[in-house]
Design a binder for this molecule. Structure first.
Ligand code: COA
Ligand code: MG
Length: 279
């Protein structure tokens, strides 16, 4: 099952990286990019290298490292840090379509999964339908860097909802991920003290077809895991649909509780059951 929660941890905070292992996140993103100040990049690389060297490869969350962007002078040293380390994948900020994924892949010391943050530059918006899903851990987006890049003052309305440009970008990322056949990962909810708002935001993401979400704070992990797991009622309902079609092998459309169910309902039910964790 692809990760539900992806927790960011600044790469220059070794004590936070160690703590993050036990917080229940499905994946950690050890950050070498925006959460690390320019003067702390070298120390962050050393801390991440040390952390990966001590990894328990049997238990614990998946480990991803966010490197600096391809057009920075920092990425070569970031990638060099990873050589020999035990990690699962790399998060690529400011990604711009399949060419940028190929460029990163050519630099990596092996065949690792890549999670592009696919909406952080104006050009990136026009590549959201361009991704090839091979080797991608998913596709995700961000609502902070793009407004800064175009001189917008914010990506949010006073009530916290996205402004129109960012609603478009979110939807394009969602469909771009599904067009590539990879998980769509919802972006962070920065107000980490507002857990009720987070729950509503994550529930909306799952409703719309995202299968996981990035987190910035430990308190967000349990909420995200919960919201991106199918509920007992959803699982029971999905089982009824699958069983009903199994009992009527020739049927295209059937009725359940007075409502029509046909091929897309069966597909949705199978998708839900595919996300039920094993025993
Ligand atoms: N990973 C692991 N532990 C974290 C954490 C994280 N991302 N964020 C907070 N913690 C820990 C703190 O160490 C602290 O632990 P303690 O109680 O044992 O001392 C506890 O959680 C509570 O932290 P809190 O005081 O609520 O937050 P803060 O003010 O120290 O930090 C942030 C707030 C936003 C700076 C911090 O959560 C953070 O660095 N998040 C990630 C930022 C990031 O990577 N951004 C890049 C992508 S957008
Ligand atoms: Mg950023």
């Amino acid at each position: 099952m692809s990760p539900r929660s992806w927790l960011f941890v600044p790469g220059d905070r070794p004590e936070r990286m160690a703590k993050a292992l036990g917080l229940g996140a499905d994946a950690l993103i050890l950050d070498l990019e925006d959460a690390v100040a320019a003067g702390a990049k070298a120390a962050a690389r050393d801390a991440v290298r040390e952390f990966l060297a001590q990894r328990d490869t049997v238990r614990g969350p998946a480990l991803f490292v966010r490197v600096n962007p391809l057009d920075s002078t920092l990425i070569a040293d970031d990638v060099a840090t990873l050589t020999g380390g035990a990690f699962d994948g790399v998060v690529l900020p400011k990604a711009e379509g399949r060419a940028s994924v190929a460029a990163l892949r050519a630099m990596l010391p092996g065949d690792y999964a890549i999670l592009p943050i696919a909406s952080e530059t104006p050009r990136a918006v026009f590549t959201l339908g361009d991704y090839d899903g091979d080797g991608l851990a998913g596709l995700t987006w961000g609502a902070e860097d793009l407004p800064a890049a175009i001189g917008a003052t914010t990506s949010r309305e006073p009530d916290g909802g996205y402004t129109d440009p960012y609603r478009v970008v979110r939807a394009l990322t969602l469909f771009g991920a599904h067009a590539a056949g990879v998980p769509a990962i919802e972006t962070v909810y920065p107000d980490f003290r507002d857990l009720e708002g987070l729950a509503r935001y994550a529930a909306r993401g799952r409703r719309d077809g995202f299968t996981g979400m990035m987190a910035i704070h430990p308190a967000q992990v349990a909420v995200i895991n919960q919201e991106f797991s199918p509920s007992a009622e959803e699982i029971a309902h999905a089982r009824r649909i699958v069983e009903m079609f199994a009992a009527h092998p020739g049927a295209g459309a059937l009725q359940l509780d007075g409502k029509m169910v046909d091929a897309p309902h069966l597909k949705a039910a199978q998708r839900i059951l595919g996300r039920v964790p094993g025993p």
